[in-house]
Design a protein around this ligand. Structure first.
Ligand SMILES: *Cc1c(COP(=O)(O)O)cnc(C)c1O
Length: 428
């Protein structure tokens, strides 16, 4: 087989490749452990001398197949699943940062990521400098320090919908000999492959579009294999010097392009244990099969809804990267020519109170703390997901206090618009 499959085909055919007589559909290996005939062979597995499964906290065949599919979709060299998107973010950063290190963080990242890096990881001695992703390169440049180990940003920020200038960020990161980590949750690999534009590592909350049906929480980390850790051994001692917890293995020497993911599975997953359950990986795999179809419909519907809202007299502003009026229209066209995502943010002329009133009148769109799945849903971040943040922090994160986040589903768009129409009509 020489042909490199298109993404639609990868979504259906990749990952699990059954041999003669094996199940056609990816089986759930609901087993914590795996049997071996000799004690010596088991020993070699523990020493990472041989590849194989021994305990599901470290690796599981179902999970491996699903990670391999996502890896192929992103055009990476190695990938791993995690129990949640939060775990993916944490591992992606902690795999190369330790106490005393520093991260450059885009201010518009998801609220959970912002908390993790600015509060929780700070307690672990890892500091970060928050930068405005729209600032000129010379401005962002000032955030870098001697001890900076990575840059973290989102392709399309949740919920600010800021489209990242990936090339600008990759250029800045590489100029300081550190990798760019991009959370590609909202765009999905169907609409954007950050590796093509210089990102080194991609993370996902698979809970969102990838699963797509709001049935399983999960995450994924993919490594492009492009960042040459061995070039900067002083910056990345965890990858370039002997790991005492593995009899002195040096990841970059032993695993080459797979060094980063191997360290994350064999060291972080071993010690911290945020594994995705094989049952959830199975569900995620079913979601992945229809991801391209769903993304197309999400983007089509969101474009129609955004245009409808923009023309509505009660609507003060609409932010959707597919609108010509969006300041991210050009960036979106460059990085995501096939469409961005199904999420729209907007504000009403009546402000915060009109937002609450409108949301209470919706019938089809449900108020839920979720985003990016098949069902249309809505949220007011300032009152819900971001309520721990001050107004000042909200504005810095690109989340205006009146911002309504509408996640457009894959229902018939006429029904979605009709629901919004009657709710806007009744809102005061
Ligand atoms: C939801 C989300 C996360 C966190 O993922 P969980 O699966 O909820 O832990 C991280 N990044 C982005 C962009 C998200 O939307």
């Amino acid at each position: 087989m020489n042909r490199q499959y298109e993404k639609e085909t990868i979504c259906i055919q990749s990952g699990w490749k059954p041999k003669n007589g094996e199940p056609r559909v990816l089986p759930i290996c609901q087993s914590t452990t795996f049997k071996y005939d000799s004690s010596e062979q088991m020993g070699r597995l523990f020493d990472l001398e041989e590849e194989g499964f021994f305990y599901t906290r470290l690796q599981n065949p179902t999970n491996e197949c699903v990670a391999a599919k996502i890896c192929e979709l992103e055009g990476g060299t190695a990938a791993m699943l995690t129990s949640s998107g939060q775990a993916a973010t944490y591992y992606a950063v902690f795999n190369i940062c330790e106490a005393g290190d520093h991260v450059v963080l885009s201010s518009t990242v998801y609220g959970g990521t912002f908390n993790l890096l600015t509060c929780t990881m700070k307690k672990m001695g890892i500091s970060c400098t928050v930068v405005d992703p729209d600032a000129p390169a010379e401005e962002i440049e000032k955030a870098f320090r001697e001890n900076t180990k990575c840059v973290f940003a989102e392709t399309i920020a949740n919920p600010a919908l800021v489209v990242l200038d990936i090339e600008k960020f990759a250029y800045l990161a590489h100029g300081h000999q550190v990798p760019l980590i991009v959370d590609n949750t909202f765009a999905t690999p169907i609409n954007c492959n950050p590796f093509r534009w210089g990102a080194d590592i991609v993370t996902h909350s698979t809970t969102k579009y990838m699963d797509g049906h709001a049935v399983s929480v999960g995450g994924c980390i993919v490594d492009s294999g492009n960042f040459d850790w061995a070039e900067y051994p002083d910056k990345f001692p965890g990858l370039c010097t002997p790991d005492e917890s593995y009899h002195g293995i040096i990841y970059t020497e032993k695993f080459g392009k797979a060094a980063y993911i191997t360290k994350a599975t064999s060291q972080l997953m071993r010690d911290l244990g945020s594994i995705q359950s094989p049952q959830n990986a199975f569900l995620l795999n079913i979601g992945l099969e229809t991801l391209p179809l769903r993304m197309e419909r999400h983007c089509y519907n969101a474009q129609r809804v955004a245009e409808y809202l923009e023309a509505h007299e009660k609507v003060a502003w609409v932010n959707y990267p597919g609108l010509k009026s969006s300041r991210y229209y050009e960036l979106a066209k460059k990085y995501m020519p096939g469409g961005t995502c199904g999420v729209i943010s907007f504000g009403l002329k009546g402000g915060r109170s009109a937002a609450a009133s409108m949301m209470d009148h919706l019938n089809l769109a449900a108020i839920v703390t979720h985003v990016a799945d098949a069902r249309t849903c809505i949220l007011h971040p300032a009152s819900h997901t971001h309520r721990q943040m001050s107004d000042e922090q909200l504005i810095e994160a690109g989340v205006a206090p009146d911002l309504i986040r509408l996640s457009v589903g894959i229902e018939n768009v006429r029904d979605i618009i009709a629901d919004l129409e009657q709710a806007l009509c009744q809102a005061d």
